[in-house]
Design a protein. Structure first.
Length: 369
């Protein structure tokens, strides 16, 4: 398997056989690469399964076809593999990072994260990217000999989003992550832009008139009509979403291939030494996506229907968090044993962040009586 990677992947791609390894030494596997093992460990983790019942944008349970953290992560992984394959990068690594990137997300989506960050404001804060690292390095405990999933350095590195600089196990400081990590990061962006639009249409948050005001939607709408003809097919918006994704991926692959070539990188460490990220959109699409993000915030994320549900969800989370601070015995033996080492607030934060929307609502009902 590792010989196949060396023969087929680009020189600047990560290779399993050149991994900086795991925190705790383990024997290699007979027929799986290190990154393939990481992917399997993530998929089989309890935190991964819980994402099925965690909100993406619309509260879990409000619609059978609306996306959850789990479906979102699977879609990010799919797009990551497509981009990685086009650029001759390591698909297994990109996929593993994509599947793990939201393991640390709080219940109730970004509003839940904001409330949890407020609860932890004077106690180290909360960030779902860092929490994803805590999940794979500490909180998951499937093995008797070490904490966490013992993932490779390269996967854990890929979860360090928005960190200004980081050190490798060799002690060298880098400012850029691997190309595979950069791919997973922008695949996440492509996925939530397009699929939040899709869910908002399904949930009747966005009207046709609003959609026609957005350049991304309008351009893909015209392309779809030119390709398939006119009409008022109720599923037309699915074709538009598909075209948006295809356009974003094509732009990203084309622009990134050019930036990689211009940088002249010849190894994965050359990539890390770059002053700027090499996986990127064209300048034109960067501006278009900035406008799309603004459109989503104004018309979807802060929509009165969404905001009303989010306010209620945040109040539930706050009440449950405070109840655990007052009575830590509610956490159970496993969590309470960690209080002495981690502190009360961090232990409560870990416990609450791991909850599903459903469990949070049930716990709130028990606490509120």
């Amino acid at each position: 398997m590792e010989a196949t990677e060396r023969a087929t992947l680009a020189p600047f791609a990560e290779k399993s056989g050149e991994s900086r390894g795991r925190r705790y030494s383990e024997p290699s596997h007979a027929y799986r690469t290190e990154f393939q093992r990481d992917r399997a460990r993530i998929i089989h983790s309890r935190a991964f399964r819980r994402m099925e019942y965690k909100t993406q944008v619309f509260l879990n349970g409000t619609g059978d076809h609306l996306r959850t953290r789990l479906t979102h992560s699977i879609e990010v992984a799919s797009i990551s593999r497509t981009i990685a394959r086009a650029l001759r990068l390591n698909e297994d690594l990109a996929e593993a990072i994509a599947l793990a990137h939201d393991l640390g997300h709080a219940p109730f989506g970004h509003s839940g994260e904001e409330m949890l960050a407020e609860c932890m404001r004077d106690h180290g804060g909360f960030d779902h990217n860092r929490q994803s690292l805590r999940v794979v390095e500490l909180l998951e405990t499937p093995y008797p000999n070490f904490p966490g999933l013992n993932l490779t350095f390269e996967v854990r590195e890929g979860l360090r989003k928005h960190e200004p600089a980081f050190k490798t196990p060799d002690g060298e400081t880098y400012h850029c992550t691997s190309l595979e990590a950069q791919v997973a990061d922008l695949a996440d962006e492509i996925t939530y832009y397009s699929h939040d639009l899709d869910d908002a249409v399904d949930f009747e948050i966005l009207s046709p008139a609003q959609l026609e005001e957005n350049e991304v939607w309008l351009k893909s709408h015209r392309a779809v009509l030119a390709r398939y003809g006119g009409g008022q097919d109720p599923e037309l918006h699915k074709l538009i979403i598909r075209d948006i994704i295809d356009h974003e991926v094509h732009d990203l692959v084309t622009t990134s291939a050019k930036s990689i070539a211009e940088a002249g990188v010849q190894s994965a460490d050359d990539v890390r030494r770059q002053p700027a990220l090499l996986i990127r959109y064209s300048d034109e699409l960067t501006e278009v996506n900035r406008a799309l993000r603004k459109f989503l915030y104004e018309n979807v994320y802060y929509h009165p229907r969404v905001s009303k549900v989010n306010r209620r969800a945040c109040e539930m989370l706050r009440r449950v968090f405070e109840a655990y601070l007052v009575d830590p015995e509610r956490l159970g033996d496993g969590a309470t044993r960690r209080i002495e080492k981690e502190g009360l607030h961090r232990t409560v934060c870990d416990y609450v962040a791991g909850m599903t929307d459903r469990y949070m609502m049930e716990e709130y009902e028990r606490i509120a009586g």
